[in-house]
Unconditional design. Structure first.
Length: 237
């Protein structure tokens, strides 16, 4: 099937936008929620239950997350397999970064399908009987699955970080050399920070998280006794 240039242009723009809103925004929320694992099983399961209780959750999941990911994924596959996109045409400075964008996208297809099935759509999870922390914990104790998840986290972080650069170029938000360099740096920072946060959450499921920037759980607020009243003016001898 062929589409007109105009339709193709609109679809490419929608593909680009969907990668940031809502899919990219969801990715940030997902990494944030998963970070509750660092505080232990109860905190993680509470955070997951809290999300499951928000109003209109199923509508949000279907129309705000599922369908946009599906749209981005299917059109992404078309772009990768038909080779209609040309890196030079879109003025990418580094073709290998663009290549990695596509390779990470391809890997994410397998990763997302597996991850969504096991954690959201499998019959046990749909029945609402699953201890999500325990299930992730069991899965991640297998070295093969742990490596698969680490790769998934790195691929998603790279794809989104570098995707922000592509997004800024395609939407004309970074036209000058300097602006493009700054957006590339921002993309790299997003990639590194998300990778670290994501891998730390994975470690938390196998009980080896790194606790950073948090109060230790045993920290208590110590009540000080009231200070003695100040001496009256003139003082006592
Ligand atoms: C974690 C999920 C994903 C997120 C957050 C995401 C985000 C993004 C972003 C922000 C862009 C940049 C848009 C632009 O260049 O204007 C992008 C591009 C792209 N994405 Fe994704 N994406 C995800 C999953 C996928 C998947 C599963 C595929 C499947 C192959 C895919 C394929 C692509 C392709 C091919 C491009 C480059 C489009 C181009 O030629 O400019 N993405 N993505």
């Amino acid at each position: 099937m062929t589409v007109s240039d105009r339709t193709y242009f609109t679809l490419r723009r929608l593909h680009s936008l969907s990668g940031v809103v809502p899919v990219g925004v969801f990715l940030l929320e997902h990494f944030f929620t998963n970070s509750f694992a660092v505080q232990g099983p109860d905190a993680f399961n509470r955070a997951a239950e809290h999300l499951a209780e928000i109003p209109y959750v199923v509508l949000i999941e279907v129309f705000g997350i599922g369908l946009p990911i599906l749209f981005h994924m299917v059109l992404g596959l078309v772009i990768v397999t038909t080779g209609q996109a040309n890196a030079a045409k879109y003025r990418y400075q580094n073709n290998w970064m663009y290549l990695l964008q596509r390779v990470s996208g391809l890997f994410l297809v397998a990763y997302i399908l597996y991850h969504v099935w096991t954690t959201r759509l499998s019959p046990e999870v749909m029945r609402g009987e699953t201890d999500l922390f325990g299930m992730m914990s069991d899965d991640l104790r297998s070295p093969g699955l742990f490596a698969f998840y680490v790769l998934g986290v790195i691929a998603a972080s790279y794809h989104f970080g570098n995707g922000l650069f592509g997004f800024a170029i395609h939407w004309g938000l970074a036209t000058g050399r300097r602006a493009q360099r700054n957006v590339a740096r921002l993309g790299l920072a997003v990639f590194l920070v998300l990778s670290l946060v994501g891998i730390n959450s994975l470690l938390a499921f196998v009980h080896r998280p790194v606790r950073l920037f948090e109060r230790a759980p045993e920290t208590k607020v110590v009540e000080h006794p009231p200070l003695p009243a100040p001496a009256p003016p003139g003082g006592t001898r």
